[in-house]
Design a protein around this ligand. Structure first.
Ligand code: ATP
Length: 220
């Protein structure tokens, strides 16, 4: 890597209740496809969109995420949102990471199509597009044409499509990159439900996490 090569940091936020192969394999593929220097999984301490419902404590979700990642040359787990009080707004995390890392780092905020389709409900969403690139991941049940409608009509200022259907350009200069990764119809909701019903969750998530869930009687 030369001194001129930008350092690229991917930020993959979520509730991770629990983390599963839909998150892990996609992260691996994003690192490879975009040549990320680092990728951080960022469990939300207090997810703003899950108001009212019981959520497994942050420390437990953080631990499962750490167990799942293990030792990886580029991927790590950040507890940044656990060190702030109140709801875990992505805008605050991004401002904080932007200030901490300095201008040498390009930031890529990674999220599934289901999440980016709701972006206009996020705190200070318009500012998000002025701080980093976005990477939108395909997810079974959601299609890219829905995203086009949101980014061109609901987001202000609107984004314009990039040639070849590779993504969108925001007026700030940052891009929303559409990345085709291995489609996996796995969700944390389904995993929690399977445990509740006493059914198997084997091979939907790393074995270490499965054992942790059973040992600690989570979701039962
Ligand atoms: P839940 O079912 O509890 O809502 P989830 O499985 O969607 O959870 P989250 O922790 O909410 O997991 O997701 C974190 C991020 O990962 C979101 O941006 C989401 O879109 C993305 N994501 C989750 N599962 C997948 C998957 N199978 N493929 C691609 N992206 C995913």
């Amino acid at each position: 890597m030369t001194a001129l090569t930008p350092k690229r940091l991917g930020l993959f936020g979520g509730t991770f209740n629990p983390i599963h192969y839909g998150h892990l394999r996609t992260a691996e593929e994003v690192v490879e496809a975009l040549g990320l220097t680092r990728l951080w999984f960022i469990p939300a301490a207090q997810p703003p969109h899950k108001g009212g419902q019981y959520i497994t404590p942050f420390a437990t979700r953080l631990e499962m995420t750490r167990l799942a990642v293990g030792r990886h040359p580029r991927i790590t787990v950040s507890d940044i949102e656990g060190r702030r009080p109140g709801k875990s707004y992505s805008i605050e995390t991004l401002r904080q990471v932007r200030a901490q890392q300095g201008p040498d780092w390009e930031l890529y905020f990674i999220l599934g199509l289901d999440a980016i389709l709701e972006i206009t409900t996020w705190k200070d969403y318009a500012e998000l597009f002025t701080l980093c690139h976005f990477v939108a991941l395909d997810r079974p049940g959601y299609d890219r044409s829905q995203l086009e409608a949101v980014l061109r009509r609901e987001v202000h200022p609107p984004c314009r499509p990039l040639p070849g259907g590779t993504g969108f350009q925001h007026p700030s200069g940052y891009k929303i990159i559409l990345l085709g990764t291995t489609l996996m119809d796995i969700s944390a909701t389904r995993i929690r439900r399977l445990v509740e019903e006493g059914r198997s969750i084997r091979y939907l998530l790393p074995e270490k996490v499965r054992r942790y869930i059973i040992k600690n009687k989570l979701y039962a």
